[in-house]
Write a protein that binds this ligand. Structure first.
Ligand SMILES: *[C@@H]1O[C@H](CO)[C@@H](O)[C@H](O)[C@H]1NC(C)=O
Ligand SMILES: *[C@@H]1O[C@H](CO)[C@@H](O)[C@H](O)[C@H]1NC(C)=O
Length: 300
């Protein structure tokens, strides 16, 4: 710098000198006079050096700036690029996974539809089976009833009838069979190929007594009883069985019966399960509604 200052002083003086005396070939520096051209060359060389240094410094500085900026810029770009790459990889992986899930779902849906198709007929099948079971249960109940009939009657009486000793009986005890008057009861027995029961022996009297249900406590005994084939409707006081046979003895009337009670009279007989098996007959009005007992000979 000192040399530079010296040189610039020299320069001024040089300039001054050149301005005033262009043809002079020497320059005065202090007490010494130096040749002009080598000094100019040296100054220009120094200036060059200074400029070069400045350029180098600027270059280094700017280079430093560029170098400082570049790596960070570079790093950011690289990071961004790798991130973009990773994101692309992830996206493609996600797409692959989605495709696989969609495939799996398709398969699941197909399996589900197949299962549905399989379940649909098995549903109707189970409905059919349920109906078959119900039908079979009904048939079993019917078979059990008829088998008990058969074991009761050894197959000698029709279904729904029972065998006592040597005779088949039908008793209208079912809830589904309505009560009937004496004439309608007899008509029912005839329709079944039979007639109202004719009690023509002590054994039969006792067998029927044993078979019949006990008296209901809800009604007086004279309102109860089961129609039998015994009537005096043709001739009052002359009791006759439906087979046109008159009772040969006292029979099994309840004490005080028959009394032909009431204004309408009582011309038809019932058997009532009182305490004494030999005292069960009672006369009742033929139009009263009661259960009845049919009788017929067994098949063989
Ligand atoms: C069965 O009937 C026969 C003939 O009808 C009779 O002799 C016999 O006493 C009866 N037995 C019973 C237990 O009713
Ligand atoms: C009983 O008598 C009536 C009339 O007298 C007759 O119609 C009927 O066939 C007779 N019944 C029997 C079983 O003999």
């Amino acid at each position: 710098m000192i040399s530079n200052d010296d040189c610039s002083t020299d320069g001024k003086s040089l300039h001054h000198n050149t301005g005033n005396k262009g043809s002079m070939r020497t320059v005065r520096v202090g007490s010494r006079s130096l040749p002009m051209y080598p000094l100019v060359i040296v100054c220009l060389g120094l200036l060059n050096t200074v400029l070069l240094l400045a350029a180098v410094v600027i270059g280094i500085y700017s280079g430093g700036v560029v170098n400082e900026e570049d790596p960070s810029h570079h790093i950011t770009t690289e990071v961004l690029l790798t991130e973009v790459m990773q994101l692309r990889i992830m996206e493609s992986e996600a797409n692959k996974a989605l495709e696989e899930v969609q495939k799996d779902m398709k398969i699941e849906m197909q399996t589900y539809q197949k299962l549905e198709q399989q379940i649909e007929p098995s549903k109707t099948l189970s409905d059919d089976l349920q109906r078959q079971i119900e039908t079979l249960q009904v048939e079993r109940a019917e078979l059990q009833a008829s088998s008990s009939d058969i074991s009761d009657s050894c197959g000698r009486c029709p279904s729904g009838w029972f065998l006592l000793n040597t005779t088949c009986y039908f008793f209208s005890n079912s809830e589904t069979i309505p009560l009937k008057t004496w004439p309608d009861s007899r008509a029912d027995c005839i329709m079944r190929g039979a007639d109202l029961v004719v009690i023509d022996s002590f054994e039969e009297q006792v067998n029927i007594y044993d078979f019949l249900p006990k008296l209901s406590r809800g009604q007086p005994w004279w309102r109860q009883g089961v129609w039998i084939g015994f009537t005096d409707i043709q001739t009052e006081g002359t009791w006759m069985w439906v087979n046109n046979v008159t009772q040969p003895d006292q029979g099994y009337w309840i004490h005080g019966e028959p009394n032909n009670d009431g204004t309408l009279g009582e011309d038809c007989a019932v058997t009532v399960k009182q305490d004494n098996p030999t005292k069960t007959w009672n006369d009742a009005n033929c139009e009263e509604l009661k259960k009845w007992l049919c009788e017929m000979a067994p098949n063989n």
